[in-house]
Design a binder for this molecule. Structure first.
Ligand code: FES
Ligand SMILES: [Fe+2]
Length: 445
């Protein structure tokens, strides 16, 4: 028998815990026709890396749909339903040709938009190819990643244009993808939970970023025009270190670089990462995005941690992926777990009914609310926040940022906490007002 709340507040209560594990369909059910799946389908989603597309079609599942992804002989990326519309054979056994893909079973040839170009075994006069299309989704390739739009074709939005893309002029965008055997939300909401960096990534597992992350930050969250952000401020000796990350709706994180807070790096926006978390099905997802490696290292004195490391010739490739894969052995993961262990060990699809949230989880609840609002907007036939139906006149601004400034400590911890909050708000306001911008920062170098 399930225990009441009162029972669960007593010691040794495991027997009485409610075993029901309800999921939240608005946030966790991602298949076609499900509320969250329909929401995510309104946005362009990454499905594969360009380097995955070779001579043979790539079979994969995204948002519960079985697909093949390939690049045809003329270079066009294509995303088709996996099962041939003739008799259902998988197109992963097909051949890529100049104009599309040819099914292995009876040789039907499909164009990237699903049009049937040839039905070679059919006699003259057969009109079957004029009557049907293979299921297809629009594809778009950008900076080494293949995206698909899997929503209603008449509502296809423009491919999003963020100010981040301008960084390609100064940094190499290095695409990567990581498989997570758990629900997409567990992975994504971690991004708005910055207090875990102090514990998981520093005090528990040894220094996975830099030592200054061991300081417990003040944290505030706020909505932005593209979604929301957190603003964390740490005290490290004579310095204050502000780090803020964007959550760009519906499922994109813009992650600032890492700092050691050993020198001022005002408004540093170098060498971050941008990634999507896209459902494969309800219990699996991909993290797909880019790590950025700046080609230009600023002169000493105007640099940040990654610049200093680069100057010493340290290999900082993929700096943001530490602890985000299953690659270490189980023993190593037990000794020094990372993000991957934290979010996958919650279970394939965790039940929010068993959580007990604290004040530092406000970012998680805020993100869930924004997703829920978007899910409901789509269900009501409205445009969800963050969706750009038309290309915006200017790239959309994002706000992730690192700022380290010399600000000596206040006399008491209470006063210093107030100082940190004040510092976080002041810098964030300047960023939000547009005084501090990517392009300006780049130009200043
Ligand atoms: S099943 Fe594909 S052509 Fe027949
Ligand atoms: Fe993390």
């Amino acid at each position: 028998m399930a225990g009441s709340e009162r029972t669960l507040k007593r010691p040794f209560n495991a027997y009485h815990r409610d075993r029901a594990m309800p999921v939240d369909p608005e946030l966790q059910e991602t298949g076609w026709g499900m509320p969250c799946g329909e929401y995510l389908r309104r946005f362009w989603q990454p499905v594969a890396l360009s380097e995955d597309l070779g001579d043979r079609p790539l079979a994969l599942r995204i948002l519960g749909d079985d697909l093949v992804v390939f690049r045809d002989g003329s270079g066009r990326p294509a995303v088709l339903e996996k099962h041939c519309c003739h008799r259902g054979t998988s197109l992963e056994f097909g051949k890529i040709e100049e104009q599309g893909i040819r099914c292995c079973y009876h040789g039907w040839l499909f164009a990237p938009d699903g049009a049937i170009l040839e039905t070679p075994g059919e006699p003259p006069g057969s009109r079957v190819r004029d009557k049907v299309f293979q299921g297809a989704y629009p594809a778009h390739e950008f900076a080494g990643i293949v995206f698909a739009y899997m929503g209603p074709p008449e509502e296809k939005p423009a491919f999003p244009d963020y100010d981040l893309w301008a960084r390609r002029a100064v940094a190499d965008f290095q695409p990567y993808k990581i498989h997570n055997p758990c629900n997409w939300l567990q992975v994504r909401e971690n991004e708005m939970d910055p207090v875990h960096i102090t514990f998981l990534h520093t005090r528990h597992s040894g220094v996975q970023f830099t030592p200054c992350y061991g300081a417990v930050p003040t944290i505030e969250w706020q909505e932005t025009p593209v979604g929301m952000m957190y603003v964390s401020v740490r005290r490290w000796g004579d310095f204050l270190y502000l780090r803020s990350n964007d959550m760009i709706l519906p499922n994109i994180a813009r992650v600032a670089g890492i700092e050691d807070a050993e020198g001022e790096t005002e408004f540093d926006r170098r060498s971050g990462a941008t990634n999507w978390v896209v459902p494969i099905d309800d219990a699996n997802c991909w993290t797909i995005g880019w790590d950025e490696v700046d080609r230009h290292i600023p002169e000493e004195g105007r640099d940040g941690y990654l610049d200093r490391m680069a100057r010493r010739g340290a290999n900082m490739l993929n700096p943001n992926s530490a602890g985000q894969t299953a690659e270490p052995t189980y023993e190593m993961r037990q000794a020094a777990p990372g993000d991957w262990d934290a979010w996958t060990s919650q279970g394939p699809v965790t039940s929010h009914s068993r959580e007990h949230l604290g004040l530092t989880d406000r970012g998680v609840t805020m993100y869930r609310r924004l997703v829920r609002d978007g899910v409901r907007a789509v269900a009501a036939g409205q445009v969800p926040k963050g969706l750009q139906a038309e290309a915006p006149p200017e790239p959309l601004r994002t706000f992730a940022n690192n700022t380290v400034k010399r600000v000596p400590p206040a006399p008491t911890e209470e006063d210093d906490r107030a100082l940190r909050l004040e510092f976080g708000r002041e810098i964030t306001e300047r960023i939000m007002r547009g005084e501090i911008r990517y392009t300006l920062h780049q130009a200043a170098e």
